[in-house]
Write a protein that binds this ligand. Structure first.
Ligand SMILES: Nc1ncnc2c1ncn2[C@@H]1O[C@H](COP(=O)(O)OP(=O)(O)OP(=O)(O)O)[C@@H](O)[C@H]1O
Length: 519
C-alpha cells in the first residue's frame, strides 16, 4: 500500500457517497427550525454568489481594459461630481463606443469584442465543465463512492483556439475523452475539439477547442528558401498559425484525398521548397505520373527521371529506385546508419501521383506484382539510405494500397467517408479530431496530418502554387543531371527472373550509375 495516496487530489469531486443509502433517518425538524435552516442556507448562497459575481466583474474589467477604464471613469465622476455627471459621461462613452465600432470595426473587435468573447468562453468552460463531463460519462467512482471527473486546471485563451489543460482522474483516459469530442464541441459552441497529449505532464492531456477556421481563407504560396532543410520544408500553414514544416529526411509521405482535394498541389508546394537543392544536385526526384504526365509534365525540368508514358516505364522507375536503395544500403554498410545527402551522394525522392494506378489498377497482373514488390522494397528499406517516397492516393482502401501503413507521415485531405479517415491516419485519429470527411469541397488543400509514433493530429493547409510559379521554378532551378535512359533499360531493372523467383534483383554499384548518368 502506498504511504501517501494522491488519488483524492486528482480530479474534481462531484459528489461524495452518492450511492450509499443513509444508515439512519434524521428526526423531522420543526417548522421554525426548517425555516431557520433554509433562510440561513439561502443567505449563505446569496453571499457566495454575490462575492463570485463581484470577483468576475473585477476580473472582466481588468481583462477588457478599455471597458474597465470607462467604468472607472464613470464611477469616479459619479462619486466626485454627482450622479448626473456620472450618467452624462456614461452616455457619452457609450455613444463613443458605438461610433468607434462603426468607424473602426477592426480595432474595436481587437480591443473590445474579441476580449469580451474570450472572457465569455473562459466562463463557459468553467461553468459547464463538471456537469458536461459527468453527462458524457467521463466520471469515475472510487471505493469511497466519491464521483470524480477530470479536473480543468487552466485555460489558455487564443484568438481562434483555446487550449484547456486537463488532469485526468483515475478511471478516465485521454482516449475516452477523445471519443466524446463531438459532445464537447457542441457544448462549447466550437468548430472542433481535439485531444492532444500534454507536452510535459503524465496523466494530463490538452483539449484544443477551435473557435474559428483560420485556414478557410487560403494560404499564400510557400517562398522558396535559399537553404533547403530536408527536415523542415515549409509547405503551408497549420491551423494554430504556425508554419507547416514537413520532415522528409528518413520519412515516406502518403497524401490521400478525394478528387480535387489538393493532392497535386501538396506535391507542387514540396517542389517550391526542394527546388534550390534540386538545382544544386543534392536532391534528385524520380517522378511517376500515371496520368500521362498531366501533373508532372508541367515542370519536367525539376525531375532527374520522369516516367509517365507506359505502365512498364513507370514500374521500371519504381524498380530503379528500389535498386538504388539496395545499392546504397550496401555502400553504407558499416559506415553510417543514416545517409547524409550531398551532391556526390544525393537524396532521392520518388513522387508517385496516384499510386493506386500501379498497385491496384494495372491490367497486367505480372506488372502489378512487380510494382508492389518494388514499392515494398522502397518503403521498408529506403528511409535510412536516403530514398523517400511521396505517394498520392484517392482511394485509401487496403486492397488498393496494401502498404499504406509503411508510410511514416500520412496526410488526409478531404475524404468521402468517415471510415477512410481510419484507413489513412489509423484507428482513433478521427476521435482525436481528424475529421477529414467534414472538410468542405470549397477548401482544397486542407488536411490532417499524423506522424508515426505520435498521436497528435495537426490540421494543415498547403499554400496554393499556381502554374506560373511552377513554370518559374522549372526555369530557375532545373536539375543539372538526368538519368541516362540506358541505365534503366540495360542495367538496373532488367532482372525479371529475380522478381519471379521473389529474390532481390541484381544491383549495380552507385558509383557506376552516376558515371552513366553524367555521360
Ligand atoms: N492549397 C490550396 N489552396 C487553394 N486552392 C487549392 C489548393 N490546393 C488545390 N487547390 C485548388 O483545387 C484544385 C484541385 O487541386 P489538385 O489538382 O491539387 O487536386 P487533386 O487532389 O490532385 O485532384 P485529382 O485527384 O483530380 O488530380 C486546383 O486546381 C486548385 O484550384
Amino acid at each position: 500500500m502506498p504511504i501517501f495516496d494522491a488519488s483524492p487530489l486528482r480530479g474534481t469531486t462531484v459528489n461524495r457517497r452518492a450511492n450509499v443509502r443513509p444508515t439512519y433517518i434524521e428526526p423531522p425538524l420543526t417548522l421554525g427550525a426548517r425555516l431557520r435552516r433554509s433562510t440561513l442556507s439561502a443567505l449563505l448562497r446569496l453571499v457566495v454568489i454575490t462575492a463570485w459575481l463581484a470577483a468576475m466583474l473585477v476580473w472582466f474589467l481588468a481583462y477588457v481594459p478599455v471597458v474597465g477604464a470607462a467604468v472607472a471613469l464613470v464611477v469616479t465622476l459619479g462619486n466626485v461630481e454627482g450622479r448626473m455627471a456620472g450618467f452624462a459621461v456614461g452616455a457619452v462613452l457609450v455613444a463613443a463606443g458605438v461610433a468607434w465600432r462603426w468607424t473602426g470595426p477592426d480595432s474595436f473587435d481587437r480591443y473590445v469584442e474579441d476580449r469580451t468573447d474570450r472572457f465569455a468562453r473562459r466562463i463557459r468552460y468553467r461553468w459547464t465543465w463538471t456537469d458536461l463531463l459527468a453527462a458524457c460519462g467521463l466520471a469515475s467512482c472510487d471505493a469511497h463512492h466519491t464521483i470524480r471527473v477530470p479536473r480543468l486546471w487552466w485555460v489558455q485563451l487564443g484568438r481562434y483556439a483555446d487550449v484547456l489543460h486537463v488532469q485526468l482522474c483515475p478511471g478516465v483516459t485521454a482516449e475516452q475523452l477523445a471519443e466524446k469530442t463531438d459532445a464537447l464541441r457542441s457544448e462549447f459552441h466550437a468548430l472542433e475539439v481535439r485531444v492532444l497529449p500534454h507536452p510535459t505532464r503524465r496523466g494530463w492531456c490538452l483539449l484544443r477547442v477551435i473557435a474559428a477556421d483560420t485556414l478557410l481563407d487560403g494560404v499564400s504560396p510557400p517562398r522558396t528558401p535559399a537553404d533547403v532543410d530536408l527536415n523542415a520544408l515549409e509547405l503551408g500553414r497549420r491551423d494554430d498559425g504556425a508554419p507547416w514544416l514537413l520532415r522528409l529526411l528518413g520519412r515516406h509521405v502518403l497524401v490521400a484525398g478525394a478528387t480535387g482535394a489538393g493532392k497535386s498541389n501538396v506535391v507542387a508546394a514540396l517542389f517550391t521548397q526542394l527546388a534550390p537543392a534540386i538545382a544544386a544536385g543534392s536532391v534528385r526526384v524520380i517522378g511517376i505520373d500515371p496520368k500521362g504526365g498531366m501533373e508532372f509534365g508541367l515542370y519536367p525540368d525539376l525531375f532527374w527521371h520522369l516516367a509517365c508514358e507506359t505502365d512498364v516505364e513507370m514500374v521500371e522507375a519504381l524498380e530503379l529506385a528500389a535498386d538504388l536503395v539496395q545499392a546504397r544500403a550496401v555502400a553504407l554498410r558499416g559506415v553510417a546508419r543514416l545517409h547524409t545527402p550531398t551532391v556526390e551522394e544525393p537524396f532521392y525522392l520518388v513522387v508517385v501521383d496516384e499510386i493506386a494506378s500501379l498497385t491496384a489498377y494495372l491490367g497486367d497482373r505480372h506488372l502489378r506484382d512487380r510494382a508492389k514488390l518494388a514499392l515494398g522494397r522502397l518503403l521498408t528499406k529506403g528511409r535510412a539510405p536516403g530514398v523517400s517516397v511521396v505517394g498520392c492516393v484517392q482511394d485509401p482502401r487496403k486492397d488498393v494500397l496494401e502498404l499504406r501503413n509503411l508510410f511514416t507521415t500520412r496526410i488526409a485531405l478531404r475524404l468521402s467517408e468517415k471510415t477512410e479517415v481510419a484507413m489513412v491516419l489509423g484507428d482513433g485519429a478521427r476521435d482525436r479530431g481528424a475529421t477529414a470527411d467534414r472538410i468542405p469541397v470549397t477548401a482544397p488543400g486542407v488536411g490532417y496530418l499524423i506522424e508515426d509514433g505520435s498521436p497528435t493530429v495537426v490540421k494543415v493547409r498547403a499554400g496554393y502554387v499556381d502554374d506560373d510559379q511552377l513554370d518559374w521554378l522549372a526555369a530557375t532551378y532545373p536539375t543539372p543531371t538526368r538519368l541516362h535512359p540506358d541505365v534503366i533499360n540495360a542495367e538496373l531493372v532488367h532482372d525479371d527472373e529475380a522478381d519471379e523467383q521473389g529474390r532481390e534483383p541484381e544491383v549495380v554499384p552507385v558509383q557506376r550509375q552516376r558515371s552513366k548518368a553524367r555521360r
